[in-house]
Every structure is written in C-alpha cells, then in structure tokens.
Design a protein. Sequence first.
Length: 113
Amino acid sequence: MPTGDDIAAEPPPIVRRERKLLLIVLTAMGAGIGLATIFVPAAGILALTMPPLVVISLFRARRWARLAAELDYRVCTHCTYQIEPAATRCAECGCDFDFAVAAEQWKSVAPRA
Ligand SMILES: [Zn+2]
C-alpha cells in the first residue's frame, strides 16, 4: 500500500505536463535552429532564447509550490485552483483531490530551505 513517503519524489501533474511540453518545444526549436544554421550560420544566436524558457518554467513551478504552501497545500495539482477544506474534488477541473498526495507533490517542487 502506497504511503506519503512513496510518492514524495513525483511532482504535481501540472508540473509534469509543463516539463513534457517544454521538452517538446526545446526539441523542435533545437531542430529548427539547427536546420536554419545550414542556410544562415548566424541563426545559431537564436539558441540563446532556449535557456530562459527552462528558467521561466522552473520559476513557475516554484511559484505554484509557494502558493500551495501558503494555502496549506489545499491547491489542485492539475490546475492550481484552491480547494475548499474537506473537499475531495477540484471545483474548477473536477479532478480528485487527496490532501496527503497533493502536499507531498507540492513539497517535491518547492525550493529546498
Ligand atoms: Zn483542478
């Protein structure tokens, strides 16, 4: 039977989804920029736009985690909507809400103190 400790390492679904999207975008950008440099060598400078995307994504995840901590981890892990006390379902997206799971997932992306 899974406990809170077993799921501690997994980030919330909204963070995992954003990381997957970022990987796809960076791969497409890398391929596009790589192809463009065949015809215009200076196009390689466009690669400088890629690291900021990673930083922005990291800060977004940490901002959500900070918000979740401020709201005592009663924040939906699928859409970041605030969950009412005793609610077991998100009023915004309809996903099930398990407080113990949500708290562990939000803590996994919070900056280490
Ligand atoms: Zn939700």
